[in-house]
Design a protein around this ligand. Structure first.
Ligand code: ADP
Length: 360
């Protein structure tokens, strides 16, 4: 139903969407997740041309909507959109908000539009509010009406752009429930959301967006339980990442520890945990890595929830596990590190790099 090829969008020289590719089948419910600022919302807005892409193709029902000849109004009619802010007319009643567009654009009679409108209000649980002014309703109710309004245009696809993120937390669930029910009707849905539990329960597939692309995608259960890529895993497990290049010739231990401490404090480690990591890192870098390896990449991940710390060091060249090295000099350092870590694993990666992976 939707096919996106090499989609690009640049804002003021900043490529927000670099190369987005996706295929979406009729009836799929896709949740788009990822760190903020990675172009999730831009992607949705490109799909219904609220935003003009800078390159690529978007095929909807066999028509390239970026082709100048395509009738964009007809395409847009197939796609409803629900925004973070509901944008209802406050001076009109609920039913008037819902019937306005079907009468004006689909040329429906008032009777038909109102009949359909009442059905939809029933569906979102607000039939009893049909004649209230929308300005009198709560945020959760207004968002449910915005969903009914989008459905009144009888779209084939409905796009949701963070529909619950402007709501008071007590109202999030009523909107998610309406969306859950909608997902069962077989309409195609694309949802940008930060509600991970919801995304996992309701979606046929998840798109994880990062670095301007669909960085990883897959069936919801699979992606949440077993993400293939480090960044996806870090995002889902809320792992803060700290990266540093270890270059023996100009390594500044105090500067490094200063930066690491700032990061560890941000992850709310306590003073004792930070002290242990200082000791491990100092021994590891100065007395285990540098005697054998002059240049390495260090990546430290700390889980916000469990505080578990994972240290990954990778390098090219010298093979073998430096933690098991037989050279006498680093023996004390190796003991100190092993005593304070729960596991370590040495491997050679596909790209020829060596990697030491330590859990603390
Ligand atoms: P997300 O939905 O993943 O949080 P957005 O698509 O909203 O990300 O934004 C991605 C990036 O594009 C952000 O850096 C944002 O500041 C920028 N951006 C979004 N819309 C515009 C715009 N209309 N003009 C300029 N920059 C924009």
């Amino acid at each position: 139903m939707i096919e996106v090829k090499n989609l690009k969008k640049i804002y003021n020289g900043n490529p927000v969407l670099k190369d987005v590719n996706a295929t979406i089948e009729k009836g799929e419910v896709i949740s788009i997740i990822g760190p903020s600022g990675t172009g999730k919302s831009t992607f949705l807005r490109c799909l219904n041309r609220l935003e003009q892409p800078d390159g690529g193709e978007i095929w909807i029902d066999g028509k390239n909507i970026l082709d100048g000849k395509t009738d964009i109004t007809a395409i847009r009619r197939k796609m409803g959109m629900v925004f973070q802010s509901f944008n209802l007319f406050g001076h009109l009643t609920v039913l008037e908000n819902i019937t306005l567009a079907p009468m004006a654009l689909l040329k429906k009679s008032r009777t038909d539009a109102e009949k359909k409108g009442m059905e939809l209000l029933q569906m979102v649980g607000l039939a009893n509010k049909a004649h209230a002014l929308t300005s009198e309703l709560s945020g959760g109710q207004q968002q449910r009406i915005a969903i009914a309004r989008a459905l009144a245009m009888e779209p084939e696809i409905i796009l949701f752009d963070e529909p619950t993120s402007a709501l008071d937390p007590t109202m999030v669930n009523e909107v998610l429930s309406v969306m859950r029910n909608l997902a069962k009707t077989g309409i195609t849905m694309l949802i940008v959301t930060h509600e991970m539990r919801f995304a996992r329960d309701v979606s046929s597939r998840i798109f994880y967006m990062d670095e301007g692309i669909v960085y990883e995608s897959g069936p919801a259960k699979e992606l949440f339980e077993n993400p293939a890529k480090t960044k996806t895993r870090a995002f889902l497990r809320r792992i803060g990442m700290f990266n540093s290049r270890l270059n023996k010739s100009d390594f500044d231990l105090y500067h490094f520890m200063g930066q690491f401490t700032e990061f560890a404090e941000k992850q709310t480690l306590d003073a004792k945990q930070i002290k242990t990591l200082h000791l491990i890192l100092e021994e590891l870098i100065a007395n285990i890595i540098f005697p054998e390896i002059a240049l390495a990449e260090l990546e430290i991940g700390i889980s916000e929830e469990t505080k578990q710390t994972e240290i990954r060091i990778s390098w090219q060249g010298k093979n073998g596990n430096p933690l098991e090295s037989q050279s006498g000099a680093g023996e004390l350092a190796r003991m100190i590190v092993k005593k304070r870590t729960s596991s370590s694993e040495y491997s050679t990666l596909e790209n020829g790099f060596n990697q030491l992976f330590i859990k603390v």
